[in-house]
Design a binder for this molecule. Structure first.
Ligand SMILES: [Zn+2]
Length: 432
């Protein structure tokens, strides 16, 4: 069997918390050796001089939109290619697809199609409620059997407290994490952007922090009471970080952020218009600082991306009618480098751990997400220094709704290896 030898790279050992100059040998779908000066004349050699070599990146918040279209599933293929380009070997797909992931058959179909395409590992998140409508619980156990690794009504929150309480009792029984989008819609209503200076000046309806904070507070309490695993996704406010910090040792909670909530504030709406329209909305400097502090001190342990592609039209309209969401799958890692490594919040190992081992732990797969002899050969190689400019025209994703176009970033993935196959090489996708 063909072997791959990654030579002269700096390994990111996220489980040990160190960088180490070692070679890494892959045979079949496993890492078989990590050592100094490995020689193997038969192997395909990747010269990783000056590069970081770490476990495949994991993104636990990705939107696929459509499972099928007239061209036969091209949407899936495009977003999976975007994941590879972004160095991700594993992604969790949110259930607000069309059709939604609320039936075992649909969850199975997604798994089947993704394995057929054969690029990145795709784990579906099942819907908490039928049609994500918040009225009737979905079949948690059957969805888990069909392949759902987590549950979420992402895009919406479960407004009915009793329903969420019952669902979390099930969650505990089936030992699955709930990924919660927290937004009290009776407060956020028709809100377009953060309720702050920009909304006031432009006459746009605002979304106050309390829409998010009040539901996080409620669900920390319900999570604590039920003993279920609750994960708060795309946290965006300073008070949410305080609440999470207060509960961190009391309940089985975890949280993630997005790169855009660390790099942009409400002012981005003035420059980028609808491209800066996202839920939760871009907040203020005070919130950004608190999120970074939460990442630094371990209250927020996962860096996700909330990749939300929108094709063409949905963003080309008046602000109030444009869709919410930012397409960022292929630039998430370099964005986090800018937000966290360049700012001294995290070092490379800390950053990488929050994008590999930590999300795997939240998903209940602690045996994955790090480099080790015998581990699955999901490996990402990053060039930590060379700067490239973001160009949305080159995106693999069908969504080019991105406020970072033209930004100069470093830390781009240059190789993505999934299950022992090199699928992205020097920033180009290879056919499997
Ligand atoms: Zn969401």
């Amino acid at each position: 069997m063909k072997r791959i030898l990654i030579k002269r790279g700096t390994l990111v050992l996220v489980d040990k918390g160190v960088l180490a100059d070692r070679d890494l040998l892959i045979e079949g779908n496993r890492i078989v050796r990590i050592d100094r000066g490995i020689q193997d004349p038969q192997a395909y050699v990747i010269d990783a001089s000056g590069f970081l070599v770490g476990p495949g990146l994991v993104n636990m918040h990705v939107h696929f939109r459509e499972l099928e279209n007239s061209a036969g599933g091209d949407g899936l293929l495009a977003e999976m290619r975007a994941a590879l380009k972004g160095g991700f070997t594993t992604i969790v797909v949110m259930p607000n697809t069309n059709p939604p992931l609320d039936e075992p058959l649909v969850v199975r179909y997604l798994g089947y199609r993704c394995r057929e395409i054969g690029l990145v590992n795709v784990y579906p998140a099942g819907a908490i409620t039928r049609g994500l409508e918040g009225q009737k619980m979905s079949e948690i156990g059957l969805l888990k059997q069909a392949g759902a690794v987590a549950f979420s009504d992402d895009g919406k929150s479960v407004m009915d407290s009793h329903l969420l309480y019952l669902a979390l009792m099930y969650a505990k029984y089936f030992d699955v994490p709930f990924i919660l989008h927290e937004e009290d819609i009776s407060v956020s209503g028709e809100g377009q952007i953060h309720e702050g200076a920009v909304a006031f000046r432009r006459g746009l309806k605002g979304i106050p922090r309390v829409a998010e904070d009040s539901l996080i507070a409620r669900d920390l309490v319900i999570g604590y009471y039920t003993g279920a695993r609750v994960h708060f996704t795309h946290v965006s406010t300073y008070f949410a970080v305080e609440l999470l910090r207060w509960f961190r040792d009391k309940a089985l909670i975890s949280a993630d952020v997005t790169p855009h909530h660390l790099l942009l504030t409400e002012e981005a709406v003035d420059r980028e218009g609808v491209f800066a329209k996202v839920k939760p909305p871009l907040r203020e400097k005070r919130d950004v600082e608190a999120l970074k502090e939460g990442i630094r001190d371990g209250v927020i342990t996962v860096l996700a991306s909330d990749h939300a592609p929108h094709k063409g039209k949905s963003k080309e309209m008046v602000f109030s009618e444009a869709a919410f969401g930012i397409s960022n799958l292929e630039i998430a890692f370099p964005l986090y480098v800018k937000a966290l490594v360049d700012e001294g919040v995290l070092d490379w190992v800390g950053l990488w751990k929050r994008m590999s081992l930590n999300p795997m732990q939240v998903l209940g797969m602690p045996e994955k997400g790090f480099l080790a002899e015998g581990a699955e050969a999901d490996v990402t190689v990053v060039d930590p220094e060379t700067e490239w400019e973001v160009n949305i025209e080159n995106f693999e994703s069908q969504g080019r709704n991105c406020p970072f176009n033209g930004w100069s970033l470093r830390g781009w993935p240059v190789y993505t290896i999934v299950g022992g196959k090199i699928l992205m090489r020097e920033r180009s996708i290879l056919e499997p």
